[in-house]
Design a protein around this ligand. Sequence first.
Ligand SMILES: CC(C)=CCNc1ncnc2c1ncn2[C@@H]1O[C@H](COP(=O)(O)O)[C@@H](O)[C@H]1O
Length: 218
Amino acid sequence: MRIQSEFVEGFGQLAELPEAVTVFGSARTPEDSLEYKMGVELGQKLSRAGYAVITGGGPGCMEAANKGAREAGGVSVGLGIELPFEQSMNEYVDLGIEFRYFFVRKTMFVKYSCGFVTLPGGFGTMDELFEALTLVQTRKVTSFPVVLMGTEFWGGLLDWIRSTLVGTGKISPADVDLIHVTDDVDEAVRIISEADQNRGARLKEEQRAVRNTIGDAQ
Ligand SMILES: CC(C)=CCNc1ncnc2c1ncn2[C@@H]1O[C@H](COP(=O)(O)O)[C@@H](O)[C@H]1O
């Protein structure tokens, strides 16, 4: 089955990836914009912090993050999507995989990264952002930071989330804390790596608990 083979191939090709962060954002961001510049800086700094950078492999913000990763000598990954119109992977992708199904590709973004950073974008970006937030809110993934870059761009959405979603009880006030917003690339990287360290500490705690339980049972 085509869907199954797409999962199997994706898992196989990404299994060896170092720890990675996925960067989302508009396919339409022009190269001479501040947002593109921010994407390049983000790709560079994530790479220097030791993370592979995964994007959707397309133009705009995706290209910017891949470019930054390539420039910093990092691992630059593109998980592309087959579209009805001709479009190739951006030129800064070193490891590229093309998917036919959006939902298979989305699984790969979550499975192979330890956090998401979202640059300004449109429908595609919103879809990816809210999927991530739903997974974190329902604890399908844990210690998974979601960072939004661009306080001005995201401000209106956050106001609406607080006033309308919290205001009418559709989400709890604590759910708003799942979202980190910043204009500072260093802060975005710091949020990701701190969550990473917490995850490491929690894992050790769990391993110790398991060892103690086994010890008690012997
Ligand atoms: C100019 C144009 C429409 C190109 C489409 N080419 C694309 N190539 C790869 N991923 C994409 C593309 N369009 C949307 N996406 C996915 O949706 C997000 C961007 O959608 P949008 O531009 O914000 O809504 C990206 O993070 C990416 O994962």
